[in-house]
Design a protein around this ligand. Sequence first.
Ligand SMILES: NC(=O)c1ccc[n+]([C@@H]2O[C@H](COP(=O)([O-])OP(=O)(O)OC[C@H]3O[C@@H](n4cnc5c(N)ncnc54)[C@H](O)[C@@H]3O)[C@@H](O)[C@H]2O)c1
Length: 372
Amino acid sequence: MKKIKIGFVGAGWMGSVQLKRLTERDDIEINALFEKNTERGKEVLRNLGLSENLLVSDYNDIIKNKDIDAVWLVSPNSFHGPQSIAAMQAGKHVFCEKPCATKFSDFCKQIEIEKSNPNLKTYVDYILYFDSLEERLRKMFADGAFGKITQIQVNYRHPVNIAGDKVWKLSKETMGDAIGMGINHAISVMIYAMQSQAKPVAVYATKLKSQVRDFEAEPIYNIMIKFDNGATGFCFGNIDSGNGYDAYHNLYGTDGGFIFESQIDRPYKVRYWSNKTTAGKWIRPLDKQNAGDLAWPDDTTTPDSGNVVEHQTGSCVNHFIDCIKHDTKSPLSFVNSQTIAEIGWAAQMSAELNEEIALPLNWDEAKKFFND
Ligand SMILES: NC(=O)c1ccc[n+]([C@@H]2O[C@H](COP(=O)([O-])OP(=O)(O)OC[C@H]3O[C@@H](n4cnc5c(N)ncnc54)[C@H](O)[C@@H]3O)[C@@H](O)[C@H]2O)c1
């Protein structure tokens, strides 16, 4: 069996967890690590039983290395665009942490390069896709459990980690916008759930400057999304402050409703009703006594922590390796997740211009707006 050779980039908080997940597989080989903080890079390699010699001092050593099949980008946000473009231009598959880019021009290039190189596998880490609650929700949407959705709210309120060397997240130049710093997780949940019945057609957003911490970019966004079936989506996003992790979901359809509250204890955090499956009664699927045959398994995961160690890193790593091995495109590739990124760009435009922005995004207008 030929092993997939990986050039890994950025072994920080999230990177070290993903690197660990990769090393747990026997069909991959870590070929090189590019980590700006060499002491940290060596320590992470040592802890995983890998050779310190894997550390390279120049990103080009990864790009020019003909042996490397895929580049794994977990560097700070502003490097995702340039590093992924260079990797794709060198013919390498790309796993990219979110956001895909902090410059609109880089995002456009990612889409263009992927479209003209159909063999390249790419992936943007909208990791909530792999949470089992979100998987169930997508299936319930597709099965029509809630009928036609008319209103859907998904929040992302979480004071992102800026401790120690993660202080780069306060800089607009390095972090980009707050949507890319996690609010896009909520957008991704909403869009992938709605995918079986509607497409987003417009965005209206407002934003607020930092109230608590020293973010240069506005860390508070309120994003309203119109869908082509008449439904409205809403996201309260706030990375500035918080009282726990809030990925609250509340959706309403013609035949049912669903509520998820991150901060309420099991078995009460999820409840739903459906004319099709619960005879119109609210049930708590994480509560066996309440839900009976409709109870969800004990190992059902729910998005209620900002700690990456508790995220579905194993699933996302396995998914992307499988895409490479089986020559399949990820639903989260740059192109397949284009709408989620476009909602982020459109929300920034809308909040600045105080007007609704139509989707799909008019790239010419967006290029003029961002001028980057
Ligand atoms: N999908 C998720 O749920 C999730 C969760 C956490 C973080 N992230 C993303 O992961 C990325 C890293 O975040 P983090 O919290 O681990 O930050 P971090 O600061 O802990 O890690 C970043 C690492 O990159 C290194 N680095 C700096 N500049 C670099 C460069 N030019 N090239 C390569 N490496 C460089 C730093 O030394 C550091 O070790 C961010 O883009 C963040 O958005 C995603």
